[in-house]
Design a protein around this ligand. Structure first.
Ligand SMILES: Cc1cc2nc3c(=O)[nH]c(=O)nc-3n(C[C@H](O)[C@H](O)[C@H](O)COP(=O)(O)OP(=O)(O)OC[C@H]3O[C@@H](n4cnc5c(N)ncnc54)[C@H](O)[C@@H]3O)c2cc1C
Length: 385
């Protein structure tokens, strides 16, 4: 395939899903997926995302690679004057067997990889993009081995620092936080069952997500320096910190993997597509891992990309530009809504302002007491459209 109709840049979860979606639309596709370090994160994917992955054959049996999430338990550990009640959300209140599933990203990547077999119009190269420029018949991409490739349609799924986004002049706003996220796998003295347990501390949540049996995945958000200092103290000290932070509710805690730190920021773009280029996944949006939204939103990007391409006549002149504009229009509301929701949640948690703390506590009381409000919150959080 010397001149593909589309190039998908990025070998993360959004990139592979996008490459499969573009190829399944019958388009000659080149996927540029350089090898990187293993992705040690885990992803809580809500039921609509899992249903989408099953429908396109990227995940066959969620139970074979993940754990169901049936409850979300929120414990206010802020010690503030106005505190929220302990709140338990149960998937049965939303009429569901589970809110979603928690997957290790490495298992999802394996499953996504298996999902691309048999697509003869999809070719993958382990090469990165080093440059991108507009040419008469689309976009010319310079590749890591010095070669070039030209295509009318390009999908930038090359992560938060996206070269595609920058080179194609997408306007983006990025805000760095002093907080970071520490992640690792733990063995608890007592199992979580299907409950994801969030302890809300003043600088961010300390969240234990079920990973099967007595295993849990930890996502601890706190000031970057606090996390660095904790990490530097070594595994024994970390285990003691984790026991304290989990308020001794789960007994002894053993560290199963080294702890890794991720810097946090928000990123949003004014538009997700123009001139034959579209952005998907963290190339288009990033925010702190609160309320499990990042990859869920990335998969909604891919689902919309599929829908746009299915409605596009790729034999007609100018199809790529039209598809990128349709995609941009289609994604605008979801990207705006989800970004505002996560930002508001995160800032309300960190806020030192008493009225904001009162509003957050009041909001959780209202959710605790009103089944109707809980149902609405479930729909928004799960990205039901
Ligand atoms: C601690 C933490 C916990 C999270 N938990 C959840 C969760 O529970 N649920 C959820 O929905 N989301 C979660 N997220 C968010 C989720 O992990 C991300 O949204 C998702 O993994 C982003 O995938 P991506 O493919 O867009 O980007 P990435 O995974 O960053 O992939 C980008 C890819 O592009 C490649 N690339 C970069 N530059 C180039 C180039 N020039 N040429 C070619 N390739 C290039 C990279 O090698 C990489 O493979 C979490 C995030 C963090 C930090």
């Amino acid at each position: 395939m010397t001149s593909p109709q589309a190039v998908v840049v990025g070998g993360g979860l959004a990139g592979i899903a996008a490459a499969v979606a573009v190829a399944k639309a019958g388009i000659e596709t080149l996927h540029l997926s350089p090898k990187g370090p293993p992705d040690r994160r885990t992803s809580a994917l809500m039921q609509p995302s899992v249903a989408y992955l099953q429908s396109v054959g990227l995940v066959n049996d969620p139970a074979a690679i993940g754990q169901p999430l049936t409850q979300i338990r929120i414990i206010d550990a802020t010690g503030r004057l106005v505190r929220a009640p302990e709140t338990l959300f149960d998937s049965r209140d939303a009429g569901l067997a589970a809110f979603g599933w928690n997957f290790p990203n490495v298992k999802l990547l394996e499953s996504f990889d298996a999902g691309r077999t048999g697509l003869t119009n999809l070719r993958t190269l382990e090469l990165s993009v080093t440059g991108l420029e507009r040419v008469a018949d689309g976009w010319r991409l310079e590749l890591g081995d010095g070669s070039t490739v030209t295509a009318p349609f390009v999908v930038g799924a090359d992560g938060k620092k996206s070269l595609v986004r920058v080179a194609a002049d997408f306007r983006a706003r990025e805000n760095g936080f002093t907080e970071a996220a520490l992640v690792c796998d733990l063995e608890l003295g007592r199992p979580l069952g299907g409950a994801s347990v969030e302890f809300h501390y003043p600088r961010g949540p300390f969240t234990l997500v079920p990973a099967g049996g007595r295993r849990a995945n930890l996502v601890w958000i706190d000031d970057r320096d606090v996390l660095k200092a904790a990490q530097a103290e070594g595994p024994d000290a970390l285990q003691r910190i984790f026991i304290d932070k989990s308020q001794h509710l789960f007994g002894d805690i053993k560290l199963l993997t080294p702890a890794h730190m991720f810097l946090l920021s928000t990123l949003s773009v004014d538009e997700a597509g123009h001139d034959g280029i579209v952005l998907a996944g963290e190339a288009a949006h990033a925010f702190p891992p609160i309320g499990a939204q990042g990859l869920n939103l990335g998969l909604r990007d891919v689902a919309d990309l599929s829908a746009v391409l299915a409605a596009t006549d790729v034999a007609a002149p100018g199809w790529a530009v039209r598809a990128s504009e349709d995609y941009s229009r289609r994604r605008a509301a979801d990207l705006g809504r989800t970004g505002v929701m996560v930002d508001t949640l995160f800032r309300s948690l960190l806020s030192e302002l008493l009225p904001t703390q009162a509003m957050r506590a009041g909001g959780l009381w209202a959710l605790k007491l009103s089944p109707q409000l809980r149902k609405q919150a479930f729909s928004v959080g799960m990205g039901v459209r």
